[in-house]
Design a protein around this ligand. Structure first.
Ligand SMILES: C[S@@+](CC[C@H](N)C(=O)[O-])C[C@H]1O[C@@H](n2cnc3c(N)ncnc32)[C@H](O)[C@@H]1O
Length: 339
């Protein structure tokens, strides 16, 4: 790992990732022939965007400036000029972020000040405040990556972006009622989907205890079959729209096909993938959201096998595999099947 940030090259892609996962992201990009380079903690650069979006990248932008150094004013001016020069008809959503490391996080205040200064220099009618609207509005997501060594400006079409959160750091407010931190992983996963579970939907939650995911689904109005040999939170176990099947997910079969299959089982990734493939093959669920644990050192070969199992044996389509902001040694898989 370079001790200080290496300057990304304009025209290449700058990817952010969870600190400590740079080598996994590098390997994915190398396997895709994208000529990666480790720039520093939590940052990797590559040529182009691989056809299969990299699982270990949180966000990616095409680099449009060299590393900008100097006074805050001169950096803001250079960044604003670079944004203005980007030829696009759509609006801009400008987001400053720091790489997610203790060292770079010392720059948070600087990043906030830079974002405000750059926005102040751009025509207000072309700026979009709400990143959630960026996709529908055809906006260009402009990323100002603020590191102790300097600032890099990058851009990506919001419709192509891996994440709409600055640098892929999707912070979720911890819901007051939520029984576990895991609930935030689910909310982040649902945030990126075109469809979300809602009123009247039937969901199966494999590995549901203590009930963070089940609670979030119930609060959205869904009915949930929670499958786990462990106990659920008492208020969930007694909830009229929750049915607890206190058994192994490997032994469970639904009485009829359901809308959504959720899975956060703490179990071996390939066996979980085979179980999810069985659900796909038998047409037991329409949508899939699964958190796959990857505690092993060599993660990419396992991920490949998980993908192949879900697609090849399970017939799951539109498979997305992402290490989300709230994922640790794990990735979140989403997919669907035609009815
Ligand atoms: C990370 S926790 C799930 C947390 C849950 N999503 C939540 O939001 O509260 C993993 C769960 O997987 C369950 N588990 C492990 N093996 C299982 C199996 N074979 N069948 C069902 N659940 C299993 C464990 O009992 C544990 O409750």
């Amino acid at each position: 790992m370079p001790p200080h940030l290496l300057a990304p090259r304009p025209g290449r892609w700058l990817w952010t990732c969870r600190a400590g996962f740079e080598a996994h992201l590098y390997e994915e990009l190398a396997w895709a022939g994208a000529q990666p380079r480790l720039l520093g903690e939590a940052l990797v650069e590559s040529d182009g965007v691989p056809g299969l979006k990299p699982a270990f990248a949180r966000a990616g932008h095409r680099v449009v400036t060299p590393l900008l150094e100097g006074t805050p004013e001169s950096v803001a001016q250079a960044a604003a000029r670079a944004v203005a020069a980007l030829s696009t008809r759509g609006p801009w959503a400008v987001q400053a972020f720091t790489p997610d490391t203790p060292r770079a996080n010392t720059q948070t205040a600087r990043a906030e000040a830079l974002e405000a200064a750059v926005r102040a220099q751009l025509p207000a009618e072309r700026l979009l405040d709400d990143e959630q609207r960026a996709r529908e509005a055809g906006a260009l997501l402009v990323g100002l990556c603020v590191a102790p060594e300097g600032v890099v400006v990058g851009a990506v079409a919001a419709s192509e972006a891996l994440s709409l959160a600055p640098g892929g750091r999707r912070r979720m407010k911890r819901a007051g009622e939520s029984p576990s931190r895991a609930a935030m992983k689910l909310e982040e996963a649902l945030d990126g989907l075109a469809f979300e579970p809602g009123r009247g939907d039937v969901c199966v939650d494999l590995g549901a205890a203590p009930g963070g995911w089940t609670q979030r689904l119930v609060s959205r109005g869904a009915r949930v079959v929670a499958v786990d040999p462990a106990k659920l939170m008492p208020e969930l176990a007694a909830h009229p729209r929750v049915r607890h099947m206190q058994e192994s997910a490997f032994a469970y079969a639904p009485e009829e096909p359901v809308d959504w299959l959720f899975c956060d089982m703490a179990w071996r990734p390939l066996e979980v993938a085979q179980l999810l493939a069985k659900w796909g093959r038998r047409g037991w669920a329409h949508h899939l959201v699964a958190n796959i644990k990857l505690p092993m050192k060599d993660k990419n070969p396992w991920l490949m096998r998980v993908r192949h199992t879900l697609a090849g044996e399970g017939g799951w389509e539109g498979i997305s595999v992402r290490q989300l902001y709230h994922d640790r040694d794990e990735v979140t898989v989403t997919a669907h099947r035609m009815r």
